[in-house]
Write a protein that binds this ligand. Structure first.
Ligand SMILES: *Cc1c(COP(=O)(O)O)cnc(C)c1O
Length: 395
């Protein structure tokens, strides 16, 4: 899809009469124009972060003229009528189906992203199991430590395997010596650096072996939640596999110009924490008060225009580009690898100038690219050329 020049967009202003006729002085207009030029240049060299760029939501521009606000529970009526709850409901229902949530026994909302979705999942876990201990792996996203701190939860970090997946033996041994405290498992469905997926069916079987019945499993599917259901075979990540809650980022695989996400949970869990609030005429089941009414509209537009088949095609093509990239790295002698059915390709850190130019995230001597749907083979070829010219790996 073509990127659009925002300067040319004609904001349909249905409430123009009341607007304060915002208009920029010339110097600030030039500042905006320069910013747009820079974004167009930088976007061309962005293949390292887990965000898709191939969206076009220009059909939704008229809705930017309204102060949409989805405060409160998306499934409850709300006093303020400029909300997009009806679209939010459809979005959440779509992802609930992808995540094989039990019919009519799920709940969820559109978040500001997976940091919020993960906070919500951990919060539910803590409310249900107040004496619980959270377990997460070394490869978990940096925001997990912050969320655990917000919630003042006891927690234990579990070792990771070299591929980034949780070390299940370390989990088993750690759980065995703390059988008095119910576990709240924080599983990665696509870790940040290596796109490793913790196997929640295996984790549940470990809990079963240890006869631990009071437990909670949250899945951080920020990265993979947009396509896990389309992988063949799918990873163990969803409600039928035993998740109690799942966080998915909307701006990652689906793609959106504003960060957003979807959080899903078993309804019974949520019913135990909601409080009615007279002021908004709704039930306060969400973390934020005022909530974005525009991002649910974008997610709705994406799922309805792409459909299940369109989403499936996107991941098939992304996997093909990732396989291509892995091979191109190997062809120039770099030890690149990726997890099974992953769009993240990990390789030894290239010289710093290459990392800077291509905005490559790097940790522990390794860099990665993430073959999101906008990433083209021709960009991979250019990156490979730059690495070769700079002399291979090493900063
Ligand atoms: C991106 C990411 C997060 C944080 O999600 P945001 O949507 O950026 O808040 C958490 N966990 C993983 C694995 C991620 O990739």
């Amino acid at each position: 899809m073509a990127r659009r020049t925002m300067g040319a967009v004609d904001l349909a202003m249905p409430n123009r009469r009341q607007s304060n006729h915002m208009s920029l002085p010339r110097t600030e207009q030039l500042q905006l124009d320069r910013f747009l030029d820079r974004l167009q240049r930088d976007a061309e060299l962005e293949i390292g972060f887990p965000v898709a760029f191939d969206f076009d939501y220009s059909a939704l521009t008229p809705f930017l003229s309204f102060s949409l606000n989805n405060a409160g529970d998306p499934f409850m009526p709300m006093t303020y009528l400029l909300n997009s709850h009806e679209f939010e409901q459809e979005v959440v229902a779509f992802f609930a189906r992808l995540a094989r949530a039990p019919e009519d026994k799920w709940w969820g909302y559109v978040t500001n992203g997976s940091t919020e979705g993960n906070l919500y999942g951990l919060y539910l876990g803590r409310e249900l199991l107040p004496d619980g201990i959270a377990y997460f792996s070394q490869d978990s996203h940096y925001s997990v430590g912050k969320n655990l701190h917000f919630l003042n939860m006891r927690h234990i970090m579990i070792r990771s395997q070299p591929n980034g997946e949780m070390d299940y033996e370390d989990l088993r041994e750690t759980l065995r010596i703390r059988r008095d405290a119910p576990p709240i498992i924080f599983a990665n469905i696509g870790s940040t650096m290596k796109e490793a997926r913790d196997d929640i069916v295996l984790i549940r079987s470990i809990l079963d072996d240890l006869a631990i019945e009071n437990r909670y499993v949250h899945c951080d599917a920020a990265l993979c939640g947009g396509y896990a259901a389309f992988l063949d075979p799918p990873p163990a990540w969803d409600f039928e596999d035993g998740a109690d809650s799942i966080a998915i980022s909307g701006h990652k695989f689906i793609g959106s110009p504003i960060p957003c996400g979807i959080v899903l949970a078993r309804r019974g869990h949520v019913e135990r924490i909601g409080h009615s609030v007279a002021y908004i005429g709704s039930v306060d089941t969400t973390i934020s008060g005022s909530r974005n009414g525009f991002t649910p509209l974008m997610m709705w537009y994406a799922i309805r225009s792409l459909g299940v088949e369109g989403l499936r095609r996107r991941i098939v093509e992304s996997l093909a580009v990732a396989a291509y990239a892995e091979q191109r790295f190997k062809d120039i002698g770099l030890a690149a690898w990726r997890n099974p059915q992953a769009i993240t390709v990990v390789f030894p850190q290239p010289p710093q100038a290459v990392c800077d130019k291509w905005q490559l995230a790097t940790a522990g001597g390794y860099s990665h690219i993430i073959c999101m749907p906008h990433v083209r083979r021709e960009q991979i070829d250019r990156l490979i050329g730059d690495i070769e010219r700079a002399g291979g790996s090493g900063p």
